[in-house]
Design a protein around this ligand. Structure first.
Ligand SMILES: [Zn+2]
Length: 494
């Protein structure tokens, strides 16, 4: 019954828009998530030697005490070279200073990293180019910072630092934000936009999951998507007209044009969002659903009314909750752009109006519970598309093998099949398992992982063990892993 209510709502919504599900999908794919063209990225090296064991414990050891060195690193993938290892980001404090007169944005960053048992140089991820770093107070010149290329990624801007194993280090850096770091060949980043005449600046991070290196690492030091850490970011506009800041963290205003945002420790590189813009002429609609505060903000070049969009969010949250469990964030912030773009964050989105519901649903799937590796994010797009464009269960039919999941752990991995074929796969599994049991299974799967992460293998096990269906195993392995015949059935708990 719960399912039917959402399903009716989805059909109503599609009718209201005058769009058949496929047309909606076509529109969706014009923009995708993060607006970049859907290009397949070479998946790179396999994830060998790094079992995707339980979700990452952020701060506590298994006995509740401080975590042991090796314990922190059970999710770190191999380094990018035979002799490098990923660092664990423990915390991050950054200040963005927007100098309106000089039209320049500076980042001052202090972050704490923990190193694993390996004595190899550690890796962190930053697509900006500091002239120098300080590590525990000692200066390291920019040209002494090693770089490496992630397999399948084009920018050679992964940083290598020689630091000791099983230790904690404080790193500081200062740099001016640049749209395309030296040596990078991927998509330029959208830097803050200044208006010298009006004394204003406008900026949203404009991330993407369809290109590598387009999450937080675009602007600030981070890690791959598995690494959760607490962070604060201060935003200071110097010499400008009054501005407002919106963000999906807790905002403290210290003075006009000076805010500090505290982002929770569950956030990882795909979670953070902020929007800085001049106050004058700003259009904001505030609503609530229970304890969840809803804020919808129009960017200056979006001229249509945003009240209907706030209504859409208010109506959608209870509907989605019936399918996906309680809304997993304290608030939802939607910044509306007229550009063909939509990107999901944790309880926030920057989006064109037609993708609002899609991006809102990602606050459960993909940004409430997270894909542990970029290669697992086919699940986010497939499942959101399945629910958003719900049609009756149906078998998949004969199709050649495909491979929805990449084999590596690179940054950025999304293509058209994740939306089309991925949604068809969920329809086929609904056909095997029954729509209501499938939806119940998925709800439990995601609720159990709120604030944590999931993998393709965990989904495969959940689907098989609920059904013991060899057909589900066959379609899963054929289209997710590209196997002609299914692999071994997973072990199911008795
Ligand atoms: Zn999406």
């Amino acid at each position: 019954m719960r399912a039917h209510r959402l399903e009716r709502s989805i059909r109503r919504s599609n009718r209201r828009r005058g769009a058949a599900p496929l047309a909606t999908l076509a529109l969706l794919l014009l923009a995708g998530c993060g607006d970049e063209p859907s290009t397949a990225v070479d998946a790179g090296a396999p994830d060998s030697g790094t079992p995707d064991a339980g979700s990452q414990s952020v701060d506590a050891g298994t006995d509740g005490g401080p975590p042991a060195c090796a314990e922190l690193f059970d999710l770190e993938p191999p380094g990018t070279t035979p002799s490098s290892a990923w660092a664990d980001v423990a915390s991050l404090d950054a200040v963005f200073t927007f100098d309106v007169a000089a039209q320049r944005t500076t980042a001052d960053v202090t972050w704490t990293i923990r190193t694993g048992p390996s004595a190899d140089p550690i890796v962190f991820d930053l697509l900006q180019q500091p002239a120098e770093l300080e590590v525990d107070g000692a200066t390291i010149a920019g040209d002494a910072i090693g770089t490496a290329t992630l397999p399948g990624s084009t920018p050679s801007t992964i940083r290598l630092l020689p630091v000791s194993p099983c230790s904690t280090h404080v790193v500081t850096a200062r740099y001016e934000l640049a749209p395309t770091p030296a040596g990078a060949t991927d998509a330029p980043r959208r830097v803050p936009r200044f208006d010298a005449e009006a004394d204003t600046v406008i900026w949203a991070p404009r991330m993407s999951d369809q290109r590598p290196g387009m999450y937080l690492e675009s602007w600030l030091p981070a890690s791959l998507v598995h690494d959760a850490f607490e962070s604060t970011i201060r935003f200071v506009v110097v010499g400008g007209a009054p501005h407002r800041l919106f963000a999906n963290g807790e905002i403290e205003t210290s003075a006009e044009n000076d805010w500090t945002v505290r982002y929770p420790a569950t956030f990882r590189s795909s979670s953070h969002f902020w929007y800085l813009a001049p106050s004058e002429g700003m259009r904001v609609v505030e609503r609530s659903v229970g304890d969840v505060a809803i804020t919808v903000v129009a960017m200056p070049d979006h001229t249509e009314a945003i009240e209907p969009l706030a209504d859409e969010v208010v109506a959608s949250i209870p509907d989605f909750e019936r399918f996906l469990g309680p809304y997993p964030h304290p608030a939802f912030l939607a910044v509306i752009t007229p550009e063909s773009y939509g990107m999901e964050h944790a309880g926030a989105t920057l989006t064109v109006p037609r993708l609002l519901r899609h991006e809102l649903m990602h606050s459960w799937i993909g940004r409430g519970a997270y894909p542990r590796r970029a290669r697992h994010n086919w699940i986010d797009e497939a499942l959101v598309t399945y629910y958003e464009n719900y049609v009756e269960p149906r078998p998949l039919g004969d199709r050649p093998p495909t491979r929805l999941e990449g084999t590596g752990w690179v940054r950025g991995w999304a293509d058209d099949d994740h939306y089309f074929l991925g949604a068809d796969l969920f329809r086929a599994w609904a056909n095997e398992l029954g729509a209501a049991p499938l939806h119940q299974l998925l709800r439990e799967f995601f609720v159990a992982r709120h604030g944590r992460d999931y993998t393709t293998e965990e989904l495969r096990t959940a689907l098989y063990c609920a059904s013991r269906s060899t057909e589900i195993l066959r379609t899963f392995d054929r289209h997710v892993f590209g196997l002609e015949s299914p692999g071994p059935a997973p072990d199911c708990e008795p």
